[in-house]
Design a protein. Structure first.
Length: 193
């Protein structure tokens, strides 16, 4: 039996993403974002929600660009730091020992050490209340070579992405594969008895 737990958003896991942008002062900065994900296929787009109190917000708004950087589970401390410190008074890249790398197309820095980075140009933004939602068109994707599968695409078992459990305040790693998409449910299709 289920219990009413009130209004909540227990969507597990949430991606632990570091969204980076240049500040209005031109310095590279960023923040930890758990409210983000793919929101369109053609063109490929990612939506991220940024709290209005965050310093990085104005940088994204002014340059209309950001990067989405996926940390590995062994980079939890560096990624978490981007959610703790404020770019108003801290150079987060230097403090965490990370390298800002200028994107080739989007006017935003990537994190050189993280396994995957996507350059995004803002195509939509929406004031939702506590957060601004930015939809960024992915204009270039970068991945560390050792994290690619035989087809040249980031392999989750090699990237080992850090994930977040909302409201618990805990980071997790992915478990092992449990099945193949578009295959496991075929047993319920008519004619596959």
């Amino acid at each position: 039996m289920k219990k009413d737990i009130g209004i909540s958003t227990p969507l597990y896991p949430a991606p632990a993403l570091v969204v980076a942008a240049y500040g209005t002062d031109g310095r590279p900065g960023g923040l930890m974002v758990a409210w983000g994900g793919v929101c369109n296929s053609e063109p490929p787009c990612i939506a991220v929600a940024v709290a209005k109190s965050r310093h990085t917000l104005e940088g994204i708004r002014s340059r209309k660009a950001f990067t989405v950087n996926i940390p590995s589970e062994d980079q939890a401390a560096e990624a978490d730091f981007f959610g703790l410190a404020s770019g108003r008074d801290t150079d987060k890249f230097s403090a965490a020992g990370l390298t800002p790398v200028q994107g080739e197309i989007a006017d935003a820095p990537m994190i050189g050490e993280f396994p995957v980075s996507m350059e995004c140009e803002v195509v939509q933004s929406l004031d939702l209340g506590s957060h601004f939602l930015f939809v960024g068109k992915v204009v270039k994707t970068w991945a560390r070579e050792e994290c690619l599968n035989e087809k040249g695409y980031p392999d989750p078992e090699k990237v080992r992405p850090l994930v977040f459990a909302p409201r618990t305040g805990k980071y997790f790693s992915l478990g092992g594969m449990v099945g193949k998409a578009y295959g496991e449910g075929k047993k319920y299709l008519k004619g596959n008895d």
